[in-house]
Design a binder for this molecule. Structure first.
Ligand code: MG
Ligand code: MG
Ligand code: MG
Length: 308
């Protein structure tokens, strides 16, 4: 019996945490030969902590690195820059993801399910159906919460019809109104005033390689961007610091208002690369980008195209 870690990306978001938990649970019910252990690579997001507490679930354990002999299932990423340290020495047994196909490679054929849906947990919802396993209240809460955070309550352009169907189905299991449930999840993150600038920039940051350019893109979702703008100068200084100290060609912070639906772009480093890709100018500082909610679909994809 091999122990297999199910792990999301660094700086885990709710989708990475819930996908690891729910997929390990599904695998343990469908694969008697191995033991699947959900793990995480960073602090629990507030909303994950709230769901685990409310539904009496033991959160995935924190790991820092893996090595020779470790076997992994990757969820919610397939990009080396976002994966656990030491992954090059470990074995990747499976990948379940909803991002671009990036640079994780394997020596043998594996199960690699990648669908352009709104969240990894949406794919996992479908896999429960596929294996004919009912989602109990605990699993339904995990899956629903993460479909809703990853799709910004189905408002993100990444949300698909399938995601909406899964939301409806899971909300029925919990007997909740999905929008109310979603707002409760977002509100569990607390007010912005309690969040340090380091956390605003660090909580949901990802590293990308765009045609040889090493880029850092972080996103912070708020329901009150206007209030947060009082701290734009501090946030911009922090973004510049991260860009310099991290050796990034460019750093881009998205302050996303999920109610108004749009993002402030705050950039540092090779800002011309970003400005040219979006046909905007950072000469007067941060730029408001109406309608931009998705880092993946509306930002990273554009920078990949532009770099290529
Ligand atoms: Mg994620
Ligand atoms: Mg995701
Ligand atoms: Mg996200």
């Amino acid at each position: 019996m091999t122990q297999i870690y199910v792990v999301g990306h660094k700086n885990p978001d709710n989708d990475s945490i819930m996908a690891a938990y729910a997929y390990a649970n599904l695998k343990n019910m469908t694969d008697a030969d191995n033991q699947y252990v959900p793990v995480r690579l960073g602090d629990l997001p507030a909303e994950s902590a709230m769901i685990f507490e409310e539904y009496g679930i033991e959160p995935p354990a924190l790991i820092e690195r893996v090595g020779e002999g470790d076997v992994l299932v990757l969820v919610d990423h397939n990009e080396m820059g976002q994966a656990v340290d030491g992954i090059e020495d470990a074995e990747v047994a499976e990948i379940i993801d909803h991002h671009r196909i990036a640079d994780v490679s394997t020596s043998a054929p594996i199960t690699f399910i990648n669908l352009p849906w709104g969240s990894t947990t949406s794919i996992i919802t479908k896999l429960y159906e596929y294996f004919g396993i009912d989602t109990d209240r605990q699993i339904a809460a995990c899956l629903l919460s993460a479909i809703l955070t990853d799709t910004v309550i189905l408002k993100s352009p990444t949300a698909t019809k399938t995601d909406a169907e899964h939301v409806e189905k899971l909300a029925k299991v919990l007997d909740v109104d999905p929008v109310e449930f979603g707002m409760k999840i977002f509100k569990s993150r607390g007010g912005d005033d309690d969040v340090a600038v380091e956390d605003i920039c660090g909580r949901d940051s990802k590293e990308f390689n765009f045609g040889g350019k090493k880029c850092w893109i972080a996103q912070y979702e708020t329901v009150d961007l206007e209030g947060l703008r009082a701290r734009t100068a501090d946030i911009a200084a922090q973004v510049a610091k991260i860009q310099e100290e991290g050796g990034y060609d460019a750093a881009l912070m998205l302050l996303t208002d999920i109610i108004v639906e749009g993002s402030d772009f705050i950039a540092a480093g090779d800002t011309d690369f970003i400005a040219d890709a979006f046909e905007i100018s950072f000469d007067d500082g941060p730029v408001w980008m109406p309608g931009v909610l998705s880092r993946k679909k509306q930002v990273a994809a554009k920078l990949i195209d532009y770099a290529g």
